[in-house]
Write a protein that binds this ligand. Sequence first.
Ligand code: NAD
Length: 257
Amino acid sequence: MTERTAANLAGRVALVTGGGAGMGQAHAILMAERGADIVVQDVNRDTAEATVTEIRGKGRKARAFVHDIADIAATRAMVKAAEGEFGHIDIVVNNAGIGGGRKKIEDIDEALFHKMLNIHLTGHFFLTQAVVPGMKARRMGKIINIASRWAMTGADNSSHYIAAKGALVAITKAWAHEFAPWNIHVNAVAPGGVWTDMVLKSAGEAFIREEEKKVPLKRWAQPVEYAYAVAFLASGESDFITGQVLSPNGGASIVGI
Ligand SMILES: NC(=O)c1ccc[n+]([C@@H]2O[C@H](COP(=O)([O-])OP(=O)(O)OC[C@H]3O[C@@H](n4cnc5c(N)ncnc54)[C@H](O)[C@@H]3O)[C@@H](O)[C@H]2O)c1
């Protein structure tokens, strides 16, 4: 099976937002290892360029685009430039994001609320709008929205973050219906706990160690464990899957029918 899947993204071009660090970087690198060329979008130039360097070292084409994903005009310009340079965009991973900071409702002012929605939801909505015409013309596409397991379970904090992630789950289902006639598949990956800077920098390692005790598998994931899910949803192996939410979370939440 490994041999059959090793180069299953050959000839594909994938765009990953937040591709400079954490899970986004893992998605970008694993898809490159499986044969895709990668457009790395991030707000951080240094990390985006580092990801690009690593991908080029693997023999794949890569280019960094640096801007805030909430900047819709910059996103549209990126898609135009990337399509010009790479020829087409087959896969989009709507991943860039910021943590909820464990804030209670009283601590979420209008500016923070709008920032959260603008990055996670609005930015990725208009990125998807920009790439879909090319996918429709080629009658193929894979769109993967990175949500959170909290979109399904809720939590006692970060309701602005959960609002944005819940909306990503909802538009995953809407887009799956809307784009199906063009063979464009839309799915969400809803992570549980992951060892990335998002939580490490805000809450610290001791917090994660405590949280790990609550998980049936007794640990949080490494970023690459999410990249395996994303690479699967980006590949032809998932061609009969659309409108679904895949939540690798170590059993932390077991929901659905
Ligand atoms: N870490 C977790 O436990 C966890 C759990 C559930 C969901 N998620 C989600 O997974 C995704 C990736 O998270 P991560 O843990 O890898 O985070 P991370 O902080 O390690 O990486 C996030 C990346 O996004 C970039 N980014 C942030 N704001 C941006 C913006 N406005 N425009 C463009 N790029 C921006 C950062 O520079 C960084 O490279 C996020 O959407 C996050 O909400 C994370």
